[in-house]
Design a protein around this ligand. Structure first.
Ligand code: PEP
Ligand code: MG
Length: 316
C-alpha cells in the first residue's frame, strides 16, 4: 500500500516545505534508461561507464563511445547527466591494457582515477567521445572521476576535462582523506558526488566484497555520517553542489538525513526513486536537519537510524 501511495507522488524531488532535492538515477548504460524515465528521474547522477569497457578484448572505439553517450544524454533533454569516467582496477581488469600487478587488496590498489592516471590516453579518448556527444545534444554533460584522494588528483582530472572541452568536471568523494579535505577540494572541482558505498568501506576499514562485516558495511555508522556532513558543509561554503550517489540515497530515512546534512541531490537505482520522493514529500527541511543532527550524535549505527526515524514523523 505504501508503494502504491508513493507511486502517485510525481514531479521533481522536494521536501514538504518545497526545498528542491533533485532525484537522479544511477545507470550502467542505455539499458537502464527506460526504468529511470518511468520512475521520474530528473537526470542521471551516476553513469557507471565501466560496463562499456569490461569483458572485451579491445577498448570501445571513438564512434561507439560517442553513440552510447549520445543515447544517454538524449534521454534527458536539458537535464543533468553525470558521467563517471572508467572505474576499473585489479578486481575489474581491462583486457586491452597491460595486466596490472596482482594486488593483495584491490580496494586499496590502483583503481579508479589511479588507474586512469597510469593510462591517460584511455581517459583522453573517453573525454573526447563525451565532448563530441555533448556537442550534438542539448543535455548538460557533467563528468566526474572515481577514487579521488587529494587536491592534486582533482586538479589533474579537471585539467584533463577542460582540455577535452568539457565544462563541468567534478569528483566523487569516496576516500576519507577527500572528505576530510573537502574544503580544499572544493577549489579544484565544480561539484562533489559522495559515493557512500566506498566511503563506508574505507571509513570503517571493511572490504565491501567480504561477508560477515555487515555491521561495518553500514552507511548509518556515525563516522560515515560525520564525513558526509563535513563534505556537504565544505561544498555549501564554496557554493558547490554536493550529491550522494551511493546506496545510502536509496534508503528513504537515510535520504532525509542526507538532505539534513546538506546534500543537494540524491542519485539511486531507479526503482528506489518513488519511495524516496514520497519520503521527502512528507518531511520538512527542518525535520531533515533535526534528524541529521541527532543521527550524527548517536553512538552506534543502530542508534543513529532509530533516532532519525523518531524525528521523522511523516515516515513512521
Ligand atoms: C560508491 O562507491 O558509493 C559508488 C556510488 O560507486 P560504486 O558503487 O560504483 O563504487
Ligand atoms: Mg565507488
Amino acid at each position: 500500500a505504501r508503494e502504491a501511495a508513493a507511486a502517485r507522488i510525481t514531479g521533481p524531488g522536494r521536501t514538504s516545505d518545497g526545498h528542491p532535492v533533485p532525484l537522479l538515477a544511477n545507470i550502467g548504460g542505455p539499458q537502464d534508461l527506460p526504468a529511470a524515465l518511468e520512475n521520474g528521474a530528473e537526470g542521471v547522477g551516476l553513469y557507471r561507464t565501466e560496463f562499456l569497457f569490461l569483458d572485451r578484448a579491445d577498448a570501445p572505439g571513438h564512434d561507439e563511445q560517442v553513440a552510447v553517450y549520445r543515447t544517454v544524454l538524449e534521454a534527458f533533454p536539458g537535464g543533468k547527466v553525470i558521467v563517471r569516467t572508467l572505474d576499473a582496477g585489479a578486481d575489474k581488469p581491462l583486457a586491452f591494457l597491460p595486466a596490472p600487478a596482482a594486488e593483495p587488496n584491490p580496494a586499496l590498489g590502483e583503481r579508479g582515477l589511479r588507474m586512469l592516471r597510469r593510462h591517460p590516453l584511455t581517459l583522453e579518448a573517453q573525454l573526447a567521445a563525451l565532448a563530441e556527444a555533448q556537442r550534438s545534444t542539448d543535455a548538460q554533460a557533467y563528468v566526474m572521476a572515481p577514487m579521488v584522494t587529494d587536491v592534486e588528483d582533482a586538479e589533474w582530472f579537471t585539467a584533463a576535462a577542460a582540455k577535452a572541452g568539457i565544462e563541468h568536471a567534478g569528483i566523487m568523494v569516496e576516500v576519507p582523506a577527500a572528505a576530510l579535505r573537502a574544503r580544499h577540494l572544493a577549489g579544484a572541482a565544480d561539484f562533489f558526488s559522495i559515493g557512500t558505498n566506498d566511503l563506508t568501506q574505507y571509513t570503517c576499514a571493511a572490504d565491501r566484497e567480504v561477508g560477515g562485516l555487515s555491521r561495518f558495511q553500514d552507511p548509518w555508522q556515525p563516522g560515515v555520517l560525520e564525513l558526509v556532513a563535513a563534505t556537504a558543509a565544505a561544498a555549501g561554503q564554496a557554493g558547490r553542489p554536493c550529491g550522494v550517489c551511493g546506496e545510502a540515497a536509496a534508503d528513504p530515512v537515510l535520504a532525509c538525513v542526507l538532505v539534513g546534512l546538506g546534500v543537494t541531490s540524491l542519485s539511486m537505482g531507479a526503482t528506489a526513486l518513488p519511495m524516496v520522493r514520497a519520503a521527502l514529500a512528507r518531511t520538512s527541511l527542518a525535520e531533515c536537519r533535526e534528524a541529521a543532527r541527532t543521527a550524527v550524535d548517536a553512538r552506534t549505527a543502530e542508534e543513529a537510524a532509530s533516532r532519525a526515524r523518531g524525528h521523522l514523523p511523516g515516515l513512521a
